[in-house]
Structures are given as C-alpha cells and as structure tokens.
Design a protein around this ligand. Structure first.
Ligand code: CA
Ligand code: CA
Length: 85
C-alpha cells in the first residue's frame, strides 16, 4: 500500500466518523417557511442525523419548534452543530 492510499483512507475514515458537533449547518437556509423557527422536518432536511429524541431535548418549551434561544442552547450543549458563518 502506498502512503498516498493510506492517507486517502485515513481522511475518508475521519470524514465518516465526524460527530455531529464537528459539522456546520446553514440554519438560515434550513428555515424553509421563514418563520424564524425550525420544525423537525426543517432540521431533518439539513441534519438527517438529528433524531426525534435530540429534537425533543433541544425543544426546551415543547412547542415542536426550535427558536433562536433553543438553538443557541443546543449548540452550547453540543446537541446541534454550529451554524455556517
Ligand atoms: Ca420554519
Ligand atoms: Ca421550542
């Protein structure tokens, strides 16, 4: 095996095993209906790895939508990735 091949495999493996918190997400684009809140469907569209359990943990007031405060808290706690700059 050549060094180049080994490096390529290492890079590919690290991409696959990246945790959710290491990724960035475009939450502005995710808000499909532009109501300033993210529904589970809107989150799933950009972050399919976010489960209903995670969504419910992030949705602190339980209204079924993630608002800016809840999103900020989720990012602080590592439940959701940082936003794209
Ligand atoms: Ca929305
Ligand atoms: Ca909420």
């Amino acid at each position: 095996m050549t060094l180049t091949l080994t490096l390529t495999r290492l890079i590919a493996a690290s991409l696959i095993t990246l945790p959710v918190v290491a990724m960035a997400a475009d939450y502005m684009a995710a808000d499909a209906n532009q109501d300033g809140m993210l529904s589970y469907e809107e989150v799933q569209a950009i972050l399919p790895e976010v489960t209903t359990d995670t969504f419910m943990a992030v949705d602190a007031d339980g209204d079924g939508l993630i608002n800016a405060d809840e999103l900020a808290m989720a990012q602080t706690e590592g439940l959701m990735p940082e936003a794209d700059s």
